[in-house]
Design a protein around this ligand. Structure first.
Ligand code: PAF
Length: 284
């Protein structure tokens, strides 16, 4: 496995694979890797000739009051896991390799970031869209792998590649969960023992919502009240949002009477210092 910090050197190394028309699969990450990330690498390994993983804690997607400084890092362990999974190349840029001193070009989407996580993190998706576009330009992968847990992020990236004609296929991989249902996340490490116990309520409540939708319960507001009631069994939980929306536009659905298509049940809840997100999709 080869590692690169420098964009020019990485591009030079990738040149021959592009010339030979090899499929390059990109797994973008912010490090502190867990089984969720490794499932992306595993899928990429099956589908691509060359796997590039990137590890970059992207400052542009953190607001000043967020956890950029304390975001967990363990590079040695990350490299070990990636090597074990058969990753070929790891891109590990420093901040100034990605953002030069007078950097001023950001990718902004007009609509998708105005929902869900974008409401409490208004600059987050601009940071994600910008860094992911840069990674696509630097690496020029044929495919890029993302986890369903960050569903809104995937929609944003799918939209930007369509709007900007970026020739990459986005592959969404399923959420990997602990045995009790908690979605794996690097931020789970901030949870205290009690918060960790309660954190499963987020997924359990969304499953209850799925059950009610499938049972034909039409009033979305009632379902949301019930989901919130389950979460509020925890004294540690503070709901940021619970939303039931169109799985393509993220516009909230008032009633599922006559609704056809993909429904997204999504939530963000703070348990102590951790802001956890999760979602479920239902096709109607
Ligand atoms: O999902 C993440 O870890 C990040 O948002 C990503 C896609 C690596 C961009 O920084």
């Amino acid at each position: 496995m080869k590692t690169f910090e420098n964009i020019t050197e990485l591009r030079g190394f990738l040149k021959k694979f592009h010339k030979e028309d090899k499929t390059i699969g990109l797994v973008p990450t912010m490090g502190y890797l867990h089984e969720g990330h490794m499932s992306l690498v595993k899928t990429a390994r099956k589908e691509c000739d060359i796997i590039v993983a990137s590890i970059f804690v992207n400052p542009a997607q953190f607001a000043p009051n967020e956890d950029l400084e304390s975001y967990p890092r363990d590079l040695k362990k990350d490299l070990h896991l990636l090597e074990k999974e058969g990753c070929d190349i790891v891109f590990l840029p420093e901040n100034n390799e990605i953002y030069n001193n007078d950097f001023e070009t950001y990718i902004n989407l007009e609509k998708l970031p105005k929902h869900l996580c974008g409401l409490s993190r208004p600059t987050h998706f601009r940071g994600v869209a910008t860094v992911v576009t840069k990674l696509f330009n630097i690496i020029q992968p044929g495919k890029a792998y993302f986890g369903q847990k960050d569903y809104q992020q995937i929609l944003v990236i799918k939209k930007l590649i369509r709007d900007l004609n970026v020739p990459v296929k986005i592959i969404m991989c399923p959420i990997v969960r602990n045995d009790d249902g908690l979605a794996l996340s690097s931020r789970n490490m901030y949870l205290t023992k009690d918060e960790r116990k309660d954190a499963v309520l987020l997924h359990q409540s969304l499953l209850k919502g799925v059950e009610r939708i499938k049972a034909g319960n039409k009033e979305i507001n009632e379902i949301i009240v019930d989901i919130k009631a389950i979460i509020s069994q925890s004294q540690h939980a503070k709901v940021d949002y619970i939303s039931i929306s169109n799985g393509e536009t993220l516009k909230e659905i008032g009633s599922i009477k006559g609704y056809k298509g993909l429904v997204l049940l999504a939530g963000a809840v703070r348990f102590g210092k951790s802001r956890l997100i999760d979602n479920e999709l239902v096709e109607l």
